[in-house]
Design a protein around this ligand. Structure first.
Ligand code: ADP
Length: 393
């Protein structure tokens, strides 16, 4: 603010300087004087003087000053005097009201004298500070409008970028979903076709394998559909938790059972280190099992070698801490924050081969938070550990 005021003042001084120089020039032209235009001297913040080589008529000076100041938009009141070196007297010329406000000083001021051996005239601005402040108000006002415009513009840009990201996410999701659904559907239809056309030479073993394949794939399809439906429901409704005292160790084992087939397919191993002593907590059984299943699913999915998973529990302050560690591809630091976002999938590396909607961890975090808990992840190139903390009250 001070800086802005200084800037305004400097600009004011410059404008006064230019105006007074052109008044001096006009006077010299009227007097047919061809010498150099004299410099303008500023004796104080609001008092300026200009030497002249001859005596001056006050009315002439007033009309010249008036016209110059008006044309330079210096609309502040001023007083002027003329010094006559012959009589050594500073004669008050007059006070001119240029601004809409009358001058604040009731009496015309006696302009200080400047010792010199020639004629000069002085111009005094009694309301300079007020004038500058009023100019500042315009400046502050226009700056505020500019600020509002900039904020509005930034907001619009933000909305556009957000929309763009949302639309990208939506496309990714649709692609993923199509992919996820297409594979089981084509396996099912191919198996059904084989069974229908009877090209299996009545081989009972083969037949049973294809029936099993159809059953497995429809199950997978069912799970995928459930996942999406669960998400849609989860978005539109407040989650209604059915809290019951449950043995979390039992639920963990139950969830592990449901990923057993996946684990076997990959020749993986799952180790339990369930050391918490206080493992009876009030949770929603279905959601808690889903949380653990999602973490185990990921531990199996995002692993290049055979998965070696450890699921552990220990007592934590006023609650329990449950961790799922894997020997998978790990997550780099930049992506750690984003993996819990809805639809987010790490876009590079082997992950492309792994299918998913990017909803699992979003679900995990949201439900852990509804249980008033937290979920954190630590990861390096040897694998990742997801840790859930749940309070016991
Ligand atoms: P999805 O598995 O369907 O892609 P998630 O929300 O479960 O969605 O996971 C989000 C992303 O986080 C995954 O795409 C994956 O890149 C990364 N991720 C999750 N779990 C692991 C893990 N155990 N190891 C390495 N990366 C993981």
């Amino acid at each position: 603010m001070d800086k802005a005021f200084d800037l305004r003042e400097r600009e004011f001084n410059d404008r006064v300087n230019i105006a007074l120089r052109s008044v001096a020039k006009e006077i010299m032209e009227l007097n047919k004087d061809s010498s150099d235009v004299p410099p303008v001297r500023q004796l104080s913040s609001n008092y300026f003087i200009v030497s002249t080589n001859d005596t001056l008529h006050p009315y002439l000076l007033e009309s010249l000053l008036d016209a110059e100041f008006r044309s330079r938009n210096l609309k502040t009141n001023f007083e002027y005097s003329i010094y006559d070196c012959f009589t050594d007297s500073l004669v008050f010329g007059g006070a001119v009201t240029l601004s809409e406000e009358p001058t604040t000083s009731a009496e015309p001021r006696v302009i200080p004298k400047w010792e010199r051996d020639s004629h000069y005239f002085g111009v005094y601005f009694p309301d300079k500070d007020n004038y500058l402040i009023s100019q500042m108000t315009i400046w502050v006002f226009s700056s505020s409008i500019l600020l509002v415009v900039i904020i509005f513009f930034a907001y619009t840009l933000w909305v556009i970028l957000k929309q763009k990201r949302l639309s990208e996410i939506k496309n990714d999701f649709i692609n993923n979903m199509t992919h996820e659904f297409k594979t089981p559907i084509s396996t099912i239809s191919a198996s059904a076709e084989l069974l229908r056309t009877g090209n299996l030479d009545n081989n009972e073993e083969k037949r049973a394998r294809y029936y099993q394949m159809i059953a497995d794939e429809s199950n997978r399809l069912k799970l995928q559909v459930e996942k999406v439906l669960q998400m849609a429901q989860f978005d539109t409704n407040e989650i209604d938790l059915n809290l019951q005292s449950c043995d979390l160790h039992e639920l963990i084992k139950q969830a592990a059972g449901s990923v057993q087939i996946l684990l076997e397919e990959r020749q993986g191993k799952l180790k339990f280190e369930l050391n918490a002593t206080d493992h009876i907590l009030k949770v929603d059984e279905l959601h808690f099992t889903n949380i653990i299943r999602n973490l185990l699913d990921n531990a199996i999915k995002y692993c290049v070698e055979s998965p070696a998973i450890v699921i552990s529990s220990k007592d934590a302050s006023n609650g329990i801490s449950i961790s799922v560690s894997d020997n998978g591809i790990g997550i780099n630091a930049a992506q750690k924050k984003q993996i819990f976002e809805k639809f987010y999938r790490v876009p590079t590396g082997d992950v492309h081969n792994v299918k998913g909607f990017g909803l699992g961890l979003y679900y995990v975090r949201s439900l852990v938070e509804v249980h008033k808990g937290t979920v954190t992840v630590s990861s390096d190139s040897n694998g990742s550990t997801f840790t859930i903390y749940l309070p016991n009250s």
